[in-house]
Design a protein around this ligand. Structure first.
Ligand code: FES
Length: 347
């Protein structure tokens, strides 16, 4: 093995000892690569491997590597994309709402705006509890409010944090928010189609991407596969109905459990209902790691670029009638109020 490997990051090079961990080599050379957990979990350190080889820190179906896990074994060229600088700030819980039996909407009020790209995630630490990664998202209904961040948090019965929402963690609870992190953020000015796929609360970052993509170009072609385990877990139905009113948007809700409530909802895994992909498509995925890996593999085979932030659980792991009413309304008036909805989203 060579003794010295050259690392080229965004066209600037620095020397490093072969065998060293990429993140350590970068930091030792004064290169401030974003990072957080240093254990291959959070994804904050992921960079695109353009050329060269590393040992570890890589999923074979994607060109991204975890800099905190990858060891240098050759000269490499890597890329990062411009994203807002990471900051840390304190706020308080402004609202906790139950969105479905196992998902809470949590609003956090901060002293000032928190810059992030649609699709990124933050580290959120409720005072007295361990930090968790959650994605800020666009409100499911209505407009965003200044200084307010919205999160969707899945409740785990034995979760150290989520099980305390509404109990020890209430409105007014102090919170620290750090970030932003993540790679599955919207690449603007893309002329091809966009395919989004989410499972569970992976919907939150994908909803942010969908809204930003439609605000950028309301006539763009966008397909959104939204997966949930149960019908009653499709907590985002009102948001989907808003989105489906745009002319070239296709929503594919799918649940794991068999159901015969509505033909508009499919049964099965998100990969069962993914459209045929082409090299012109950009694919964004957020949710369970097995699902994100499968879709990344399908996208790679089709030549499409795919951006994923696997949703690694930190913790072990309005009702059905409203959903049916909303879908029924949508089916009766698919083109209703296109300009009104566009105005609401843009506002
Ligand atoms: S810092 Fe590398 S995955 Fe968290």
């Amino acid at each position: 093995m060579k003794r010295t490997c050259q690392v080229t990051l965004n066209q600037k090079s620095f020397p490093a000892k072969c065998g060293d961990v990429l993140l350590d080599a970068a930091l030792a050379n004064g290169v401030d690569l974003p990072h957080d957990c240093r254990s291959g979990i959070c994804g904050a350190c992921r960079v695109r491997l353009v050329n060269g080889r590393v040992f570890g820190g890589r999923n074979e179906d994607d060109e991204m590597i975890h800099a905190c896990q990858a060891r240098l074994i050759s000269d490499i060229e890597i890329e990062t994309e411009r994203a807002p600088d990471q900051v840390s700030t304190s706020g308080r819980v402004a609202a906790i709402t139950r969105l479905s039996p196992d998902v809470f909407g949590v609003d956090i009020e901060l002293p000032g705006p928190f810059a992030y790209l649609p699709g990124q995630f933050c580290k959120v630490q409720f005072f007295g509890f361990p930090a968790r990664n959650y994605s800020p998202t666009y409100p499911l209904e209505g407009r965003p409010r200044k200084h307010l961040m919205h999160f969707h948090i899945r409740k785990f019965a034995d979760g150290l944090v989520s099980s305390e929402l509404g109990r020890a963690i209430r409105v007014g609870h102090r919170v620290r928010v750090s970030g932003p992190f993540g790679h599955a953020f919207l690449r603007p000015q893309h002329s091809g189609g966009i395919v989004l796929a989410s499972s569970g609360t992976g919907f939150a970052p994908m909803w942010s991407v969908a809204v930003a993509a439609i605000m950028e170009r309301p006539t763009r072609e966008l397909i959104f596969v939204v997966a949930a385990r149960k019908l009653k877990s499709l907590y985002m139905h009102a948001a989907l109905c808003r989105l489906a009113l745009f002319p070239n948007v296709t929503i594919i809700p799918t649940v794991s459990e068999p159901q015969n409530v509505s033909a508009a909802i499919r049964t099965g895994r998100p990969t069962d209902h993914l459209p045929n992909l082409s090299p012109e498509d950009l694919v964004y995925v957020s949710g369970a790691p097995a699902m994100t890996a499968q879709i990344a593999k399908i996208a790679k085979a089709a030549g499409a670029r795919c951006f994923t932030d696997p949703f690694v659980p930190n913790e072990t792991a309005q009702g059905q009638n409203t959903l049916v009413r909303s879908l029924g309304r949508l089916a009766r008036s698919p083109g209703r109020a296109f300009s009104e909805i566009a105005g609401r989203l843009a506002g």
